[in-house]
Write a protein that binds this ligand. Structure first.
Ligand code: NPW
Ligand code: ADP
Ligand code: MG
Length: 284
């Protein structure tokens, strides 16, 4: 297993070319936030915006629209009761994130199935939270084509892989990952990222980060990074590392690290690691 190092941030976070515009930094569509879990999708959306996604649309319950707009006027909002608008939002995205606060109701399942049926080969789809649980519970087969990134915590990984938490050892996890078409970010004290050919461990992070919404924040950061930076594998590793790096820094003088505090720091810390672009390449 390889270990992610800080240099991943310099490698991935490159200066923006002067003649670029928001369209060059990716369109992210996030789907989640039922009447119980509005906070999850708000945190994920904030994390995507603060990590630099060019345009962010949020498909969520109408109940969340006011609070989302109040916390994040940068995001566009779509009512998930409006099927046509929801389809437009998903179709127009380069990166789709589904799951934070989606819930496990029948409507949540139908929304997940609809989103999966709309995905195109060119899109990246991050699958988090309730979406992982639903995929496991209903044994949903994902349509081939898009690049999938799963972000389970240990219990979600148990549901998805069938491996009880106590049996989640490296070789067992590797074997289980082979059954899954996509990257797996297995979140825990020392998060592991499984690609087809290799596994990376995140050496940093603190239990001060063990608080609700921290994973929703990571999912939003992965969405923001995948929208802007290539190759996607590197972008995922950088997002995972940066999330814990910021958490550790805040944890030096806070007993608990709030997701909203992590989000506030993202852009500031990205600036510290920004390197001159060697190619002048634009994001897609
Ligand atoms: N503010 C909001 O709106 C928030 C909304 N959220 C949204 O809620 C939805 C449900 O997500 P969820 O993670 O809260 O619940 P679930 O999937 O049932 O997992 C919990 C179960 O797994 C167990 N467990 C074992 N190991 C574990 C581990 N390493 N990490 C975590 N859990 C572990 C754990 O064990 P126990 O706590 O009992 O020891 C418990 O039995 C999802 O859509 C999410 O986005 C949240 O993000 C919170 C903030
Ligand atoms: N003890 C810990 N050490 C380091 N990181 C942790 C620890 N506990 C939780 N985290 C991080 O916090 C996040 C929790 O994700 P998740 O359980 O999905 O949260 P939520 O669904 O509430 O947003 C993960 O990124 C995980 O790595
Ligand atoms: Mg979670």
């Amino acid at each position: 297993m390889k270990v992610i190092s800080k240099s991943i941030l310099n490698e991935v976070i490159t200066q923006r070319p002067p003649h670029s515009h928001k369209g060059n930094y990716g369109k992210v569509c996030l789907i989640g936030g039922n009447s119980q879990y509005g906070g999850a999708i708000i945190l994920a959306s904030q994390a995507a915006v603060h990590s630099g996604a060019g345009l962010v649309s949020v498909v969520t319950a109408s109940k969340n629209h006011g609070s989302l707009h109040a916390r994040l006027p940068e995001a566009m909002v779509i009512d998930w009761e409006n099927r046509n608008k929801m389809c437009e939002g998903v179709n127009g995205a380069s990166v789709v994130l589904i799951g934070p606060g989606l819930g496990l109701e029948e409507e949540s399942l139908q929304r997940l199935k609809l989103v999966l049926s709309l995905l195109k080969q060119s899109q990246v789809c991050i699958i988090d939270g309730s979406a992982i649980t639903l995929i496991a519970q209903y044994k949903i087969i994902l349509p081939p084509g898009p690049m999938y990134i799963f972000t389970p915590h240990e219990k979600e990984w148990e549901r998805l892989s069938g491996l009880p938490i106590g049996k989640q050892l490296l070789d067992e996890n590797r074997r289980a990952k082979k059954e899954i078409d996509g990257v797996v970010v297995l979140k825990k004290h020392r998060t592991e990222v499984f690609f087809d050919d290799n596994v990376w461990q995140n050496p940093i992070g603190t239990p001060a980060m063990a608080t609700g919404g921290m994973g929703d924040t990571l999912a939003g950061m992965i969405a923001g990074f995948s929208a802007q930076f290539q190759p996607i594998d590197q972008a995922v590793l950088a997002a995972v590392y940066l999330h814990s790096y910021i958490g550790e820094k805040i944890g030096e003088n806070h007993y608990v690290v709030l997701p909203t505090k992590v989000i506030e720091e993202i852009s500031l810390v990205m600036k510290q690691f920004e390197t001159e672009s060697k190619t002048g390449r634009l994001g897609t």
